[in-house]
Design a protein around this ligand. Sequence first.
Ligand SMILES: [Zn+2]
Ligand SMILES: [Zn+2]
Length: 123
Amino acid sequence: MTWSADDIKSTGESRALHFRDALRRYELARTDGKRDQRQASYECRFCFYFGHGMAGQAFTEYTCKGCDTEQMHSNTAVPKLCDDCATKMDACRRCGGTREWPDIPLAPVKAKPVRPKKRRWEK
Ligand SMILES: [Zn+2]
Ligand SMILES: [Zn+2]
């Protein structure tokens, strides 16, 4: 079987959907669109919007880096800090970093001109 017009179309469509979802996620992160939920889970913007990749669904034990006590977490992506410590330190539960950041200015992205590649046989 060769790559058909249907393959091209359906692959393109699924890529476009992934692309749209990625843009939505970035936009949500940029504007902190789920701020209340993020605050409720004691996480910084990076960990909340981008850090929830693949966690196994199993209760997992971990030691809090703040109070050195044994804690339980609902999945395998264990945090650094327990909720109490995250609250006390005003830190991200997951990475242990600052939970609130000042606005980070985005420098405009400059596109580099594309130089045509020289082929091996061209001198
Ligand atoms: Zn703790
Ligand atoms: Zn974090």
